[in-house]
Design a protein around this ligand. Structure first.
Ligand SMILES: C[S@@+](CC[C@H](N)C(=O)[O-])C[C@H]1O[C@@H](n2cnc3c(N)ncnc32)[C@H](O)[C@@H]1O
Length: 251
């Protein structure tokens, strides 16, 4: 909770601020907002309004449980939710007029997006001409933790080396050891893994350029890795650029 409600928000504010962008009185769209926890944290910034957008409709129940989750983590929930709303959509056509938002934000969502280029084109469309997009992706697929399953399967780069059937069998074996997490592992985590788009930071950059977005600032997230087990067909940057933070503007 602390990481999403507080740390992500601090990283965003610092990265945008260092890039020379103000957040004061700006409208923000969060693409792939998930359970809304980050959005509640963003309300602590001097933004005018925050809209959470996702293909999954965050239930009123999930949203109404957020203040208690935040309090249980020893933090203070937002007191005024009138600056927040949640919208669901089909994953490609955003239900907003062109230029509706000063800032488009996205955290740990783009590796799950099926139609990356279409969503980037929509981001460009709904962003104001002098606005910016802040997009964080972690982990990129070919990097060591790209499967999102490495808490449960530890052999290096198994997701690039093994078939889905082999990986499923290992996940099932790991789930037997963790009965409380079994349904989550074989349901949510497996579905998430099989729906990852598999793109790299370079692929994302190419898509962004094609839709007319320019990268104004980028930070790579990378770790010391032993890549000796990785297949030779992958490039060094695919294997070692584990994540990116980017600020993008319209051309
Ligand atoms: C790993 S979750 C991250 C959620 C949230 N940003 C966070 O960090 O807690 C990825 C989210 O992306 C959403 N997603 C997948 N495809 C999407 C799309 N085309 N447009 C918007 N959201 C999408 C999923 O439904 C999911 O909520």
């Amino acid at each position: 909770v602390r990481s999403h409600y507080a740390d992500v928000v601090d990283q965003f504010a610092a990265f945008a601020g260092d890039g020379g962008y103000s957040l004061e009185n700006k409208t923000l769209l969060d693409v792939g907002c998930g359970d809304g926890l980050i959005d509640y944290g963003l309300l602590g910034l001097p933004l005018k309004h925050v809209t959470g957008l996702d293909v999954v409709d965050a239930s009123v129940k999930a949203l109404s449980g957020l203040p208690e989750r935040i309090r249980n983590a020893g933090l203070t929930p937002p007191s005024d939710l009138s600056r927040f709303d949640h919208v669901s959509y089909d994953g490609t056509h955003m239900p907003f007029d062109g230029g509706s938002f000063d800032i488009v934000f996205s955290w740990s969502a783009f590796e799950h997006v099926t139609e990356v280029e279409k969503v980037l084109a929509e981001i460009k469309r709904v962003m104001s001409d002098d606005g910016f997009a802040f997009i964080q992706v972690f982990p990129w697929f070919a990097s060591r933790h790209g499967s999102h399953l490495t808490d449960h399967i530890s052999s290096p780069f198994f997701h690039l080396l093994e078939s889905h059937a082999e990986i499923r069998a290992q996940l099932e074996a790991a789930a037997e050891e963790k009965p409380d997490s079994k349904d989550f592992m074989l349901g949510h985590l497996w579905t998430e893994f099989t729906h990852l788009n598999g793109i790299s930071a370079d692929d994302f950059y190419e898509c962004a350029k094609r839709v007319g977005l320019t990268v104004r600032r980028v930070r790579l997230i990378s770790m010391d890795e032993d890549i000796s087990a990785a297949p030779a067909s992958y490039s060094l940057s695919q294997l070692t650029v584990a994540g990116t933070l980017m600020l993008l503007v319209k051309n």
